[in-house]
Write a new protein. Structure first.
Length: 561
């Protein structure tokens, strides 16, 4: 298929709609295939009745349904890892650089938003052109039949191996034979270099390459082994099976039994690629900006230089890498740590002396606690010239606690007055205390107010506009009961230790890894994920992915929308 054929086959501009409401108790959707408590429910209820009651409140539906069949375009990261694995000597420009960003929902790459459009189709084909030009100069790096004098038998065998690997084992023998015939015919007509380059060009521009199927199923609605294996490797690691030590040529080997599946998932989750994807999840969940994307006004904060922005982002990534590279990382490692990597560039932000240290450094435990107090995270939700307490609060409400918010009522002035005599908290309280505002701001404001000790650059302060800061909060929406705190550290300990926070984290991981919002049909699996995560306060991050990937619903697909 030529490039025009690819565009005609796969182009489709998907509309970007608003994110649906968070699943709440009593919601339902999906096509029922079974109802009533599962065996896992019975075990969980017996093990911890109180926690199971909370789990059932957040994830109430007992009616499970299979996800719909779909074709999923590979993300830029997945295209990059897949092509580098297939043609390691020929990818000199990363797909992340060559292709424009895809549209995001809640900072995640949702599958429904991934498509080929006029905006990214031409950059993709130009990227492929560069790869095929490199292949033409060294065809033996792809098809090496010199020892046989480029015999037809060897050319066809090597072509089938290459295409089979490229399409992750999903093509039939007849389809592979057509690609092999194309190569041998091309060699006789235009010579080996052009024929091999054409094979690579057609392969990389095929829908079978840039998309992966979740379509072909057996009598039990389970995806066929090759599709199931690549769904697993891309979901957990953004990489094709071969990159993470699995084989598209023999996909049934690691899927034949429950024990084999568990071993395959564990092997996959231990790979560097899986840990790198886990890092990408945290960066996306926390909405950490790239150094060039911060909105801090340099006229107000001239000290916020590109070098400082880079140092902030580097610190966040170094911190996450230190916590997530552990054999069994927990969310507590990320939210409760009192250490970080304070480079000399960040010394002024932390108010410490430059030491030249590149190792973990102890932070002031009265001021800092975990990822939410790192300057790179704080500054990502600040600016351009204020702390933007409401913006910080909205981020916590929606992304950290999963509490649904509507849009501000029509006609309401959302501008915070630039009062020169009060703190930002006082100004926010003035404009959100009356009318329709309290309905949302009773939830939003505490999450912003608890962070007022941190200025727009994440520096600790005790005064704002010359007046004492009040970071105290009091809320009544936690499962554990009314909660009050007088410092940011005390507030963060309470919020990140709450069951509401933990259920939200489970939802966020599900959304990022599956590329869609959850529905009530996912409740039985989410209930099990949440219970294991919260029981005994284990907060085991990898276990969440293990439950997801080994669940029945992960592998089943249906025609029913």
């Amino acid at each position: 298929m030529n490039k025009r054929g690819l565009l005609g086959a796969v182009v489709g501009v998907f509309g970007i709609g608003c994110v649906g409401n968070i699943s709440q108790p009593g919601g339902s959707s999906g096509t029922a295939v079974g109802g009533g408590p599962t065996p896992a429910d019975t075990m969980m209820q017996k093990a911890n009745p109180d926690l199971f009651a909370v789990a059932s409140n957040y994830f109430p539906s007992t009616t499970a349904a299979m996800a719909s069949k779909r074709m999923v375009r590979l993300t830029r990261t997945q295209l990059d890892l897949t092509t580098k694995a297939l043609l390691p000597a020929h990818v000199t420009t990363a797909a992340m650089t060559a292709l424009p960003p895809d549209p995001l929902q809640t900072n995640y790459e949702y599958a429904a938003n991934l498509s080929f459009t006029p905006a990214n189709f031409t950059p993709y084909t130009k990227w492929v052109d560069g790869i095929t030009t490199s292949v033409r100069a060294n065809p033996a790096s792809v098809i090496n039949c010199a020892a046989s004098g480029n015999s037809t038998a060897c050319l066809q065998t090597e072509a089938k191996k290459f295409v089979g690997r490229a399409f992750r084992g999903t093509l039939s023998d007849a389809q592979l034979a057509r690609y092999a015939e194309m190569l041998t015919t091309g060699v006789s007509q235009v010579g080996l270099p052009d024929a091999v380059a054409d094979l690579v060009d057609v392969t990389l521009n095929s829908p079978n390459y840039v998309y992966r199927d979740e379509v072909q199923t057996d009598a039990s609605s389970v995806m066929l082994p090759a599709e199931r294996l690549q769904a697993m490797s891309y979901t957990l690691a953004d990489a094709p099976p071969e990159t993470v030590g699995l084989s598209s040529a023999t996909p049934t080997t690691g899927l034949a039994t429950a024990d084999a599946l568990a071993a395959t998932v564990d092997k996959l989750l231990a790979t560097p690629e899986a840990r790198a994807k886990l890092m990408r999840f945290f960066i996306s969940w926390l909405e950490v900006r790239e150094p060039t994307e911060f909105t801090i006004a340099p006229t107000v904060f001239p000290e916020f230089t590109p070098a400082l922005a880079t140092a902030m982002v580097d610190e966040v990534k170094a911190f996450l890498n230190a916590q997530l590279s552990k054999a069994a990382p927990t969310l507590k490692d990320v939210t409760q740590s009192t250490q970080s990597f304070v480079s000399d560039a960040l010394a002024s932000i932390y108010g410490t002396a430059k030491t030249g240290s590149t190792t973990l450094t102890a932070l002031d435990p009265t001021q800092r606690l975990g990822i939410f107090t790192l300057p790179g995270v704080i500054t990502s939700h600040s600016g351009p010239d204020t702390t933007r307490l409401v913006k910080r609060g909205v981020f916590f409400t929606r992304k950290v606690m999963c509490m649904p918010l509507g849009q501000p009522p029509q006609g309401v002035n959302t501008t915070i007055p630039a009062d020169v005599t009060g703190t930002e908290r006082q100004r926010v309280e003035t404009v959100t205390a009356t009318g329709a505002c309290p309905a949302c701001h009773t939830v939003i404001n505490p999450f912003g107010f608890m962070q007022e000790n941190f200025d727009p650059l994440g520096r600790w302060r005790t005064k704002d506009n010359g007046m004492p800061i009040d970071p105290s909060i009091s809320v009544s929406f936690l499962d554990e009961g009314p909660f009050t705190a007088s410092t940011p550290v005390e507030a963060l300990k309470g919020f990140t230790g709450s069951l509401r926070f933990k259920q939200c984290f489970v939802r966020q991981m599900f959304r990022f890894y599956t590329g869609r919002d959850e529905t009530a049909a996912d409740d039985p699996m989410l209930r099990q994920m949440f219970f294991g995560f919260a029981n005994n306060d284990t907060q085991a991050v990898i276990d969440l992915l293990r439950v997801l990937a080994t669940s029945t619903s992960f592998s089943q697909r249906t025609e029913t929308p």
